[in-house]
Ligand binder design. Structure first.
Ligand code: KG4
Ligand code: ZN
Length: 365
């Protein structure tokens, strides 16, 4: 199919309410016509984390207005879009219901096909929207709810090579921040404090480093941070900075080892590609400069291109959901029926086993 296509996308799986209109040109190029996001951060920060009930209500209140705004900014009417795509999992079930039901009602009323999209697939395909990346490539998703290394082979073809066996990386940042008395969300606060700290003052564990499997583990690191903090309490500002810097260093070293092995495996399996292989990073933790530098250097060493889409498209948004729908539409994959149900758990790779303790906050992606 080589037509010019446009899709309205809706995202409500966690604490961002978002709507977007994205086009796919005849040559396969993607173009974001509008992309509106309402972050509920203020409503949750008081509680130090996302409260599902508050999130669901906030989605109900914001979504209609955001959809109108997205269509208006894109200068298209509902009649003019080719389909509607909505996140139908994984995520917080209340929010998923709000987004998917809205999409179903609109699809029914306007007589448009509906695509129920896996949120992780949205993250996985974003680099094709921003950079026109060809398959196959590796993707590292590091957010508040996920830490996964995924082989992206094609639309709908994903292989999970590694995942966390306990906490997600963003969760480790958030918990570390909390125990050091830093504000939520913890990632940016830890990164800022670390700038003035000594990364060599504390020697923190680097879990699973050296092991052949490509999984991650971060809960031991968090425990070690707690021990270090307890031993030297009360903490001065400099102590907090030193712990944060040491924590980030341990993470960068861990990622170097884990992802380095992933890159080598990719080269072994896909040695004959015409272009340099690529590693894509997505998720809120991808904002961390130290982690970015680590991954960039690692890619350079292994002859990989390092692709980090603009931060707005690395974190939760509806443009990636619309684009995933466009990929399916262009690939002539069937739309979903109006009886499709939201799924709070929905692994991208159906063959991958659930690892003990992983995805406890599977709600967040
Ligand atoms: O992808 P995201 O915006 O939302 C979901 O998880 O759905 O990711 C949020 C996570 C939080 O855990 C936050 O602490 C972390 O990303 N994060 C960071 C940074 N900015 C956000 N972690 C480390 N360094 C940062 N600069
Ligand atoms: Zn996400």
């Amino acid at each position: 199919m080589a037509n010019f296509l446009r899709i309205l996308g809706i995202e409500t799986s966690c604490d961002e309410t978002a709507a977007a209109v994205v086009a796919r040109h005849e040559d396969g190029r993607g173009e974001i016509l509008s992309d509106v996001v309402f972050s509920q951060l203020d409503e949750h920060s008081l509680y130090g984390g996302v409260v599902p009930e508050i999130a669901a209500r906030a989605h109900v209140e914001a979504l209609d207005g955001l959809i109108e705004e997205a269509l208006h900014r894109a200068n298209v009417s509902l009649d003019e879009v080719d389909a509607i795509a909505a996140t139908s999992g994984p995520g917080l079930i209340g929010g998923l219901i709000v987004g998917l039901m809205t999409a179903k009602a609109m699809a029914r009323a306007a007589g448009k096909p509906l695509f129920a999209i896996n949120h992780l697939e949205g993250h996985a395909l974003t680099a094709r929207l921003t950079d026109g990346l060809a398959f196959p490539y590796l993707m590292l998703l590091v957010s508040g709810g996920h830490t996964q290394l995924i082989l992206v082979r094609g639309v709908g073809e994903y292989e999970r090579w590694g995942t966390t066996i306990d906490d997600a990386l963003g969760e480790a940042f958030d918990k570390t921040a909390k125990l050091l008395g830093l504000p939520y969300p913890g990632g940016p606060a830890v990164e800022k404090a670390a700038l003035k700290g000594d990364p060599d003052r504390f020697s923190l564990p680097r879990p699973l480093v050296g092991e052949a499997r490509l999984d991650f583990s971060f809960s031991g690191l968090k425990t070690a941070v707690r021990q270090a903090a307890t031993e030297i309490a009360p903490l001065s500002e400099q102590d907090v900075a030193d712990i944060c810097a040491s924590f980030q260093k341990a993470i960068s070293r861990t990622l170097r080892d884990r992802i380095g092995r992933g890159l080598m495996r990719f080269k072994q399996e896909y040695g004959g590609l015409d272009v340099d292989p690529a590693l894509v990073v997505a998720g809120g933790v991808a904002a961390n400069q130290d982690i970015r530098r680590t991954l960039q250097a690692l890619c350079l060493e292994h002859g990989f291109r390092f692709i980090a889409p603009p931060l707005k498209l690395c974190t939760d948004n509806a443009a990636m959901i619309a684009w995933a729908g466009l990929e399916r539409l262009a690939d002539e994959q069937p739309a979903d029926g109006l009886d499709v149900a939201p799924r709070s758990r929905w692994p991208l790779d159906a063959q991958a086993q659930t690892l003990l303790g992983s995805g406890k906050r599977g709600a967040k992606a």
